[in-house]
Design a protein around this ligand. Structure first.
Ligand SMILES: Cc1cc2nc3c(=O)[nH]c(=O)nc-3n(C[C@H](O)[C@H](O)[C@H](O)COP(=O)(O)OP(=O)(O)OC[C@H]3O[C@@H](n4cnc5c(N)ncnc54)[C@H](O)[C@@H]3O)c2cc1C
Length: 302
């Protein structure tokens, strides 16, 4: 399908799990791929992944910061139920390491990676799309490249989706916020480095849940809510106190939206497709999106 009239066969916008996976697999199939990643910040994320992902996507176990052996569910009446994860585990990845690893793998397969912020796309004719972007790799120069297809894997507030897919703005979302703290060296009464905690309590989150996810040397303590007047910072502060992590050193504080429903349309009927968070593909009960983003990226073959 190589169309030598265009600079690339596919331009992938966004080098998170979805875009980096798509770029890797499309390049492996022999197509010319440009992967644009703005590398604006580390993606805020609890980093919990299912173990099947390691095998299905050939992810080395060495990227895991923790292998969680049990989940503690805490009910609204503070009933605690420990559920052992028998014979397997929940993996924890750090996105500042995981995403660059995925992008580097895409490069090794032949994708061209450019640190750049996507600005706009327009059709030059029925089969040629021109993408305009600002390149950090070239002194913030405004550049243009053409391709037959564009994959928008640029996250929950996807610019590609906004420009190409009708009704994108209608996708419901929760705002998820977490604080990454230095974890205690050993287990304490309230913190176990091999156990994740899921809190279902109105005072911590009226409409989603709160969590403590150990990551080896660090831990993610977070909460989600769709309510505009809800203070996620106050809630995480309360959970840090309950978990005995109130005095732990804070490494980062960050938040981002999690889409709660897949979009009805993922393409513009021509050469533009969106995937992962940009298409609203997240398990709504858990907010788990990494695995599904990668599955979407894999499906986005041309
Ligand atoms: C606080 C929080 C906790 C979470 N915890 C978990 C969890 O424990 N487990 C789980 O599975 N999921 C979790 N999620 C959800 C998960 O992070 C996402 O579903 C997943 O990252 C989606 O992958 P993606 O590749 O579609 O999008 P993203 O990971 O958002 O990647 C999009 C990429 O596009 C880039 N980009 C954006 N705009 C542009 C542009 N204009 N130009 C170029 N590049 C651009 C961004 O820099 C980013 O690298 C959490 C989310 C949040 C906010």
């Amino acid at each position: 399908m190589n169309n030598t009239q265009t600079d690339y066969d596919v331009i992938v916008v966004g080098g998170g799990p979805s875009g980096a996976t798509a770029a890797h697999e499309i390049a492996l199939a022999g197509h010319r791929v440009l992967l644009l990643e703005r590398a604006f910040r580390i993606k805020p994320c609890g980093g919990a992944i299912p173990p099947c992902m390691l095998e299905e996507f050939d992810i080395p176990r060495s990227l895991l910061k923790a292998e969680i052996q049990s989940a503690r569910m805490i009910s609204p009446t503070v009933q605690k139920v420990d559920m052992p994860i028998e014979g397997t585990f929940v993996g924890m990845v750090d996105r500042d390491e995981f995403d660059p690893w995925l992008r580097s793998r895409a490069q090794q397969a032949g994708a061209e990676l450019e640190l750049a912020a996507f600005k706009k796309l327009e059709y030059l004719d029925d089969t040629t799309i021109q993408v305009t972007y600002v390149s950090k790799d070239h002194d913030t120069e405004v550049r243009q490249a053409t391709a037959r297809c564009v994959l928008g894997a640029d996250g929950a507030r996807s610019k590609v989706a906004r420009q190409s897919i009708p009704k994108h703005a209608n996708v419901p979302w929760v705002l998820a916020y977490h604080e990454i703290v230095k974890a205690p060296d050993t287990a304490t009464e309230d913190y176990d480095p091999q156990r994740c905690e899921v809190w279902y309590q109105g005072k911590l989150s009226p409409d989603f849940y709160a969590w403590v996810f150990p990551h080896g040397n660090s831990a993610s303590i977070g909460v989600g809510s769709a309510l505009k007047d809800f203070s996620a910072q106050d809630s995480v502060s309360a959970l840090r106190t309950i978990s005995g992590l109130d005095t732990a050193e804070t490494i980062r504080k960050e938040g981002a939206p999690i889409p709660m429903k897949p979009m009805k349309r993922w393409d513009d009927g021509k050469g533009v497709l969106v995937s992962g968070d940009a298409a609203g593909v997240v398990a709504p009960a858990s907010g788990e999106g990494i695995y599904y983003a990668m599955l979407c990226g894999r499906q986005a073959q041309c």
